[in-house]
Design a protein around this ligand. Structure first.
Ligand code: UT7
Length: 320
């Protein structure tokens, strides 16, 4: 038995910020952002929150799956930008969906958060602990950016993607995951102000910092390796895969992975042009875009892959 995705949904903030708008505010250019990343615009939350977008995406995914919230046994939200320290985003989603029978928790694996969530849902189903699950990736990264730091703020966006999974005879075929905490300094956000009177030099509030080139090198080395290993475990050839849906960080990373995998870049759909990098939200959001465009047929083999802060990475091969 395996977890099978039976519904998808997504949510994006209304406000779109183009590269040209950023050009007017920062020492950057539309040309630099497009040529170095592929990003043209991103959605930025003004009234929306991580929870509101997670709920909207989840409601659409449940509708797409033809399922009610009360049928869920498990709700996982991959996020690094929950609105509250606690209760978790997942518990807030549970409340909004009236999913009283579900166990709900958040998961911090940065841009691999959705992939790690899928692996947990699959393990719950294989062990008999769940029949139906909701796995969401949701982020409001805009609140974690230093909007004076052109090297980070132009890259990220806000949004959420959700999937409903059901225990079935086909679905998840294989998963490969990894973490390398020793290289965690490459992508960091310390976002807690310390005003404890017993601590001297309490830490000030801080924003996201990234050694872009180090993360880039990590991604182009690790992602093809993880996908290849996942394909081997699933006894599937890359040529049999219809789509490779990768974390939407940089078009150059996606093209490099396609080249290393010896696969046509057309098999690697993207939406980073419109959305930027949404960390845990990016893979499920892209999956929903593709699903709603009618591009997936039951039985198709697809690969999902996420990578980022931690460092963390995950790849999955699944039957649609
Ligand atoms: O979601 C987690 C995973 N994240 C990733 O996978 C991100 C991986 N990294 C990347 O995608 C790329 O490294 C970046 C897009 C972040 C940066 O691209 P790069 O080609 O590695 O550029 P760079 O950092 O080497 O910077 C090149 C130049 C620098 O100027 P100098 O030192 O050559 O004078 C930067 O100061 O570009 C400058 N620069 C900018 N210029 C205009 C950096 N950001 C900007 C900017 N506009 N926004």
């Amino acid at each position: 038995m395996a977890a099978r995705i039976i519904g998808t949904g997504s949510a994006l903030p209304e406000r779109i910020v183009t590269n040209l708008e950023l050009e007017a505010k920062l020492d950057t250019t539309d040309e630099w952002i497009r040529s170095r990343t592929g990003i043209e615009k991103r959605h930025i939350a003004v009234t929306e929150t991580t929870t509101s977008m997670a709920v909207e995406a989840a409601e659409k995914a449940l509708e797409n799956a033809g399922m009610k919230g009360e049928a869920l046994d498990l709700i996982i939200v991959g996020t690094i930008s929950g609105d509250l320290c606690f209760p978790s985003t997942a518990c807030q989603v549970q409340s909004a969906l009236s999913a009283a029978n579900a166990v709900a928790f958040d998961l911090n694996a940065a841009c691999a958060g959705f992939l790690f969530g899928l692996a947990i849902a699959d393990a719950y189903m294989k062990s008999g602990m769940a029949e139906n699950a909701l796995v969401i990736g949701a982020e409001t990264l805009s609140k974690m950016m230093d909007w004076n730091d052109r090297s980070t703020c132009v890259l990220f966006g806000d949004g959420a993607g959700a999937t409903v999974l059901k225990k079935d005879t086909a679905g998840m075929m294989s998963m490969v995951q990894g973490s390398d905490g020793q290289r965690g300094d490459a992508l960091v956000c310390r976002n807690r102000e310390v005003n404890n009177p017993f601590v001297q030099n309490g830490r000030e509030i801080d924003y996201t910092k990234m050694d872009g080139q180090a993360v880039y090198r990590f991604a182009v080395r690790t992602v093809p390796r993880a996908i290849t290993e996942a394909l081997q475990k699933a006894e599937t050839e890359a040529d049999q895969v219809k789509y490779f849906l990768l974390h939407q960080a940089n078009i150059r990373i996606i093209e490099a992975v396609a080249k290393k995998m010896n696969q046509p870049v057309e098999k690697f759909p993207t939406n980073l042009q419109e959305c930027g990098n949404i960390s845990a939200g990016s893979v499920p959001l892209l999956l929903d875009f593709i699903n709603r465009q009618g591009k997936l047929t039951r039985g198709d083999k697809i690969v999902l892959a996420g990578f980022g802060g931690g460092l963390t990475w995950g790849a999955a091969v699944l039957t649609w």
